[in-house]
Every structure is written in structure tokens, then in C-alpha cells.
Design a protein around this ligand. Structure first.
Ligand SMILES: [Zn+2]
Length: 304
């Protein structure tokens, strides 16, 4: 009888122990998922915004940053959204876009899928007078980040939105904003010092590089050619060549990834040189990627 009681007691104790262990285990699990969910999820639309946000969240533990597009697809301009891209926004608290129409073709699908998602327009501080109108159209060129000054305005706008939407980290966003703006000021100074009292005349064949002229004394004739994909007509080509001869333009600017067919035709007739710049649409996932790309561009132009 005694041994039977003992036997049952052992079984009961073991059972209680097992239940206890299971409870601890599952509790840990929920704590883990809660911690995961407590993170503030930021998603950016494409590479330039991703590097911008990467700088603003530096050192903040409870924020998670994802780029919707892969970092090597180039401009979001002519990009078709996939279900995998949309899925990345599933747990997002905020979606940062370039604005100025660059994401117009896909933003409806995003907001329809996630009606409560907050969308931040990085270009909301940029005023009309600072924008370049597209040739023969009322639309503006949205590729503003190649102007360091306009990029700084984007940094300020995004930081201010994040401070408001995620006040817990407001102090850190402000600190990171100031730090990044100072680095960009330094970069601007390097441009100013290099091109002091010099005017560079060039023809640009890529719309992403149109705002680049604001970084230096660059008198730029931009030819509208959607990221250099289209072939210029013979008539247009003749027009540009005449202008280049008249104004002694010796530089043709294209993106480093561009097909140089149009540029080659232009230099054959004018003795100009082709300069391949980086539009900053793709690259490494480094804090200083934008700065590195713009310094690389400065080196390319130095010898013009
Ligand atoms: Zn584009």
C-alpha cells in the first residue's frame, strides 16, 4: 500500500514538473515573438531611400529596416511590383518612398493591400522652384537625389516623419540626422572646392543625372531619354550636335550602366569625351554608399 502511494506521488510530481517545464518553454516563446513584434518596421521603396534610412536608424536596436526592391534592380520608375515585394510590407509600420511621381505606378496597389500603412514622402520638403520640369511636359523629373542639396532635404524630411511616428527613438533619429547632414555638407564642400570658378559644359543622356548639375558649376543640356534606353532620332541627334559645336561642349554624361550608343554618335561628330557617372541607384548596403558614389563621380569629372 505504502509503495503504491509512493509510486503515484512520483508520477504526479513528474507530471507537474513536465507541465511546469512546458509552461516556461511556451512563455519564453511568446516573449520572443513579442520582442520581435515590438520592433518598428521601416520599409523603403528603392536603394537611394534605403541608404538614407540606414543612416537614420544607425545604432537603434528596436527598429528593423527592409528595402522592398532588391538592391540591384535600378530605378523603381519602370519597375513592376511582384507579390514577393508586396509581402515585404506585411509587417511594415511605415513605407518610405521617393515621391514626385516615381512610385505612382505601384503605390495604389500597395495602399490597397495595406490600407493602414503609413507612407512617407521623402520629397515633401522640396519646393516647386527646386524641381526640373521634363522637356515638353508638365511633369517634373523625380530623380532628385543626385543633387546633394535636395538629397539633404530628403534626409531632413524622413527624419522628421520618423521622429513623429516613432517618438520612442526621436532623440536618436535627430542625432543621426545631424551626423549624416554634416557628412553631406563635407561632400558638398569637396565639390565646391574642386570646381571653384570653373564652369563645366556637358550634355546628359540620362534623366537620373539631370539634378547632378546642382552640385557644381555645371551648365548641362539634358536630353530626355528615359534612362538612355531609347535611341535618339537623326533629327534630334543633329540638333544636339549643332548645339555642342556652337557652345563648345566637350563632355557627354551617361550612367555607368548605360548603353553608350547615342553617346558614341555624339562624340564622333564633336570630339567630346564620354564621362560615365553613377546615378546611385544601386550599390553596397553601406552607411557611406551615397558618399562613396558621389566621391567616385567627382573623381570622374575632375579631369574634364
Ligand atoms: Zn527613374
Amino acid at each position: 500500500m505504502k509503495s503504491k502511494i509512493l509510486k503515484y506521488s512520483v508520477i504526479v510530481i513528474v507530471l507537474i514538473l513536465i507541465i511546469f517545464l512546458v509552461m516556461i518553454f511556451t512563455q519564453n516563446k511568446t516573449q520572443e515573438t513579442n520582442l520581435q513584434d515590438e520592433k518598428y518596421h521601416i520599409v523603403t521603396s528603392f536603394y537611394p531611400n534605403y541608404i538614407l534610412a540606414l543612416n537614420l536608424i544607425e545604432g537603434i536596436e528596436n527598429v528593423q529596416l527592409t528595402n522592398m526592391l532588391d538592391t540591384n534592380v535600378g530605378c523603381i520608375h519602370d519597375y513592376t511590383l511582384t507579390t514577393t515585394d508586396l509581402k515585404k510590407l506585411e509587417n511594415a509600420d511605415v513605407f518610405i518612398i521617393n515621391g514626385l511621381g516615381l512610385e505612382d505606378h505601384l503605390i495604389n496597389r500597395v495602399t490597397k493591400t495595406y490600407p493602414s500603412l503609413k507612407v512617407i514622402d521623402a520629397s515633401s520638403n522640396i519646393i516647386k522652384e527646386e524641381l526640373i520640369k521634363e522637356e515638353n511636359s508638365e511633369e517634373v523629373n523625380p530623380h532628385v537625389w543626385t543633387s546633394i542639396t535636395l538629397y539633404q532635404k530628403q534626409v531632413e524630411a524622413v527624419a522628421d516623419f520618423l521622429k513623429e511616428l516613432n517618438p520612442e527613438n526621436s532623440g536618436k533619429y535627430e542625432e543621426n540626422k545631424e551626423k549624416y547632414l554634416a557628412k553631406l555638407d563635407e561632400l558638398k564642400k569637396e565639390y565646391e572646392e574642386t570646381f571653384e570658378n570653373q564652369t563645366l559644359k556637358a550634355v546628359s543622356l540620362n534623366e537620373s543625372l539631370e539634378y547632378f548639375k546642382q552640385n557644381l558649376n555645371l551648365s548641362l543640356i539634358s536630353i530626355a531619354t528615359d534612362h538612355e534606353e531609347s535611341t535618339l532620332s537623326g533629327e534630334k541627334m543633329g540638333e544636339v550636335i549643332d548645339k555642342m559645336k556652337q557652345e563648345e561642349i566637350k563632355v557627354v554624361i551617361i550612367d555607368k550602366e548605360d548603353n553608350d550608343k547615342n553617346a558614341q554618335t555624339l562624340i564622333k561628330e564633336t570630339e567630346a569625351k564620354i564621362k560615365r557617372l553613377n546615378s546611385g541607384l544601386e550599390g553596397k548596403e553601406d552607411l557611406d554608399s551615397y558618399l562613396d558614389i558621389m566621391r567616385e563621380n567627382l573623381e570622374v569629372l575632375k579631369n574634364s
